[in-house]
Design a protein around this ligand. Sequence first.
Ligand code: FAD
Length: 318
Amino acid sequence: MKVTEHIKNANGKTQFSFEILPPLKGQNINQIFKNIDPLMEFKPPFIDVTYHREEYIYKELENGLLQKKVVRKRPGTVGICAAIQNKYQVDAIPHILCGGFTKEDTENFLIDLGFLGIDNVMALRGDAVKSETYFAPEKEGHSYASDLVEQISELNKGQYLDAEIQNQAETNFCIGVSGYPEKHIEAPSLDSDIHFLKKKINNGATYIVTQMFFDNSKYFAFVDKCRSAGITVPIIPGLKPFATKKQLNLIPHRFSLELPDTLIVEVVKCKNNAAVRELGVEWCLQQSKELIAADVPFLHYYSMGKSDNIYAVAQSLF
Ligand code: FAD
């Protein structure tokens, strides 16, 4: 079922959902199931599975030269989605990127998803390859998520890249896109970012999931700005329980966001990471309660491979 249908059927009640990462290459899928199993108690109508593009690693050869190798550390997004749908009978939402995909790759990826009975996709541009500063699309690929959304919408109308293709079966994807309450790192301003967010909606996306934030006022202000800009689709808040001292520097750097001073002070006071984890659960719980009171359609949690703290938050709410 589509995310938008799940929202409609809930009649205003806030629902629980979460995102998982495919395991590192070499690990077993049971690792994923171990994290998902406890969270099924809270009846998530869907689970997102992230997509991780290739990385370049450089190996030093005996002659001193460097050999460039292309690796994908976390393959398996589509397989994991199929396994989740099969094991738990809930919707699995694969993330799909512009990065590393030609338009032809995208079309074939979407055809596979359609065959698997997957109704939703999260359409993203992706970041630059780790060793590069700026995002570069494939030669025959998309530069922005809005272009990717357009291709998915075209396929939903039975329009394939090859116009002469026989039997133009229509796909039927509900398309989600990302939104950034504290603006995307490359955007010159929040208004500019929201302008391009609207383009994704105009091209066919029907819901937004936000980047994580630790200060709800940022989310509420973002939603107000989106509504003023004429964006009317559901805006699902993304949340992550704070978990380690290291994240004080890592999260703002990695996700281009600010942490509230009160949270920083409390984290610094913690004696160890166990205490930070406890604090992170409490902080996230308070954020969640306020968002539920504001009637958000879903609370979407970023699990980053571990689910015990999300379990602790959800236990008091769902
Ligand atoms: P876009 O919407 O294309 O925007 C990228 C930048 O370009 C923005 O600054 C925007 O303002 C600007 N822009 C957009 N259109 C135009 C235009 N026409 N002209 C000029 N500027 C423009 N990454 C992964 O690798 N895998 C994942 O699974 C993944 N999942 C994510 C899930 C969520 C909910 C979020 C919030 C992020 C996720 N990301 C993931 C990270 C994401 O790929 C990066 O943040 C990436 O840098 C931007 O992707 P986007 O889809 O938001 O890009």
